[in-house]
Write a protein that binds this ligand. Structure first.
Ligand code: MTE
Ligand code: MO
Length: 420
């Protein structure tokens, strides 16, 4: 594996880089006479704006109406048991606003009030318990940022480049700040003995989406969460209470959480046998593939975010994450993986949370085969498509974490292409 050059984009380098690009190629236009947006009093300065009572709960301004979740109708038979995608190509930073965070339902998003909410813990416990929402609010809380990625994210790309946009190839992911109670606290409240090796968690919706989770994980960092990004969970993300299973596949993040059964064996439910297993080239299926391996994606430029400005300074940016811990480094290639430069992390990687990266570079209209490659604190390096296929074959849907390529053309348009 080639080593990334140590690119440290100080402000000074950035400015000299822009200067080298040549006279007339500056980021800001020279002040010119006669721009009416500068010389004339505009309509928004002639009158008054809206009062503080106009918008009790704000939505994005109308110029941003394209920053929305989108679904792909042919992917599923109907929109009830289906998925939509986060517009990651249009976001920056790391926190996903709830209003555009992807949704995955097996039997639709249900409406369940706090008053009607009950959470049962039963099975191999000293005392079976039922918590109301008000009960949950009385336990000591924690707040953490975590990504939630559906195991099927990028699943359509196994055989070849298919969907034209980061939103569609990598948008089954969101990253929020959750507030909740450690599952450990509630399990200890009920009391359990050493024969308890698993918990089976299920939701209140018709699908129930039941999953078995090993006790070790349940006692480690799993949260019973009721807030996301500071406010109540949205209906579509499991209001009023969902499970947060850091670093593990989205399917285990049970929404509308209604029951936790402590058991000595896994249930082997539909969601962990016929679904969410990975069929290898020889036809054998892997199961219990819970952790989401390190992965990254360039969000801009990308097919839905082409380069619209001229030659000169270009910001390449994207997201990296790992279910095994913090992202330690992200490299970017402009030539389909032949040479690499190390990107700048917006801030040090955080465990099981999205990390934003930037490469502040210069573009003079040359074609690029743009790739990002993530590394995590365990030393794991995100594989190429060929490396992943060698191990996994082409029968899989889930857990596709291979390096993605965007072909950026001289006109700035970008396309999903396969470089394996
Ligand atoms: N109760 C319930 N929980 C569920 C699901 C569901 O259909 N019902 N879908 C699961 C799947 S497959 C994923 S990827 C995540 C998606 O969470 P989100 O809709 O908040 O994005 O929720 C999981 N939890
Ligand atoms: Mo999922």
């Amino acid at each position: 594996m080639s080593k990334g050059s140590n690119n440290n984009p100080s402000r000074r380098q950035f400015l000299s880089g822009a200067a080298v690009a040549g006279a007339g190629i500056a980021v800001a236009g020279a002040a010119r006479a006669g721009d009416p947006l500068i010389t004339e009093v505009q309509q928004w300065a002639r009158g008054l704006g809206e009062g503080v009572d106009a918008t009790p709960y704000g939505l994005p301004i109308r110029f941003e109406t394209d920053v929305v979740r989108r679904n792909v109708p042919w992917l599923t038979a109907d929109p009830i048991s289906s998925i939509n995608f986060t517009p990651i190509h249009a976001l920056d930073g790391t926190i996903t606003p709830q209003g555009c965070a992807f949704e995955r339902h097996h039997s639709g998003a249900i409406e369940l009030s706090k008053d009607d909410y009950r959470l049962m813990i039963n099975g191999l416990v000293d005392t079976p318990l039922v918590f109301t929402y008000a009960d949950l609010e009385r336990f000591p809380r924690q707040t953490h940022v975590y990504f939630c990625e559906c195991a099927a994210n990028t699943g359509m790309e196994w055989a070849g480049a298919q969907l034209n946009g980061a939103q569609f190839t990598h948008g089954m992911i969101h990253n929020m700040e959750y507030t909740g109670i450690p599952l450990r606290t509630l399990l200890e409240e009920a009391g359990f003995d050493t024969s308890a090796k698993w918990v089976y968690v299920e939701g209140a919706d018709a699908s129930s989406n039941g999953r078995s989770i090993p006790m070790e994980k349940a006692l480690d960092d799993v949260l019973v969460a009721f807030k996301a990004n500071g406010e109540a969970l949205r209906k579509e993300h499991g209001y009023p209470v969902r499970l947060v299973v850091p670093g593990w596949e989205g399917n285990m993040w049970v929404k509308w959480l209604r029951r936790i059964e402590v058991a000595d064996a896994p249930v082997e439910s539909r969601e962990e046998t016929s679904k969410y297993t990975d069929t290898l080239a020889n036809g054998v299926s892997r199961k219990w593939t819970w952790v989401m391996d390190a992965k990254s994606i360039i969000t801009s430029p990308s097919p839905q975010a082409p380069i619209r400005h001229g030659h000169g300074p270009l910001v390449i940016t994207g997201l990296a994450w790992s279910g095994r811990g913090a992202i330690s480094r992200v490299d970017i290639s402009k030539d389909g993986g032949k040479t690499w430069e190390t990107a700048r992390l917006a801030k040090p990687g955080e465990k099981m949370a999205l990390t934003r990266f930037y490469l502040d570079t210069t573009w003079n209209g040359e074609e690029m085969l743009l790739q990002a490659r993530a590394m995590d604190e365990t030393g794991y390096v995100q594989p190429t498509k060929a490396q992943l296929r060698e191990v996994r074959g082409e029968n899989s849907i889930y857990h596709n974490n291979c390096i993605q390529t965007w072909w950026v053309q001289s006109n700035g348009e970008a396309e999903n292409v396969e470089v394996s």
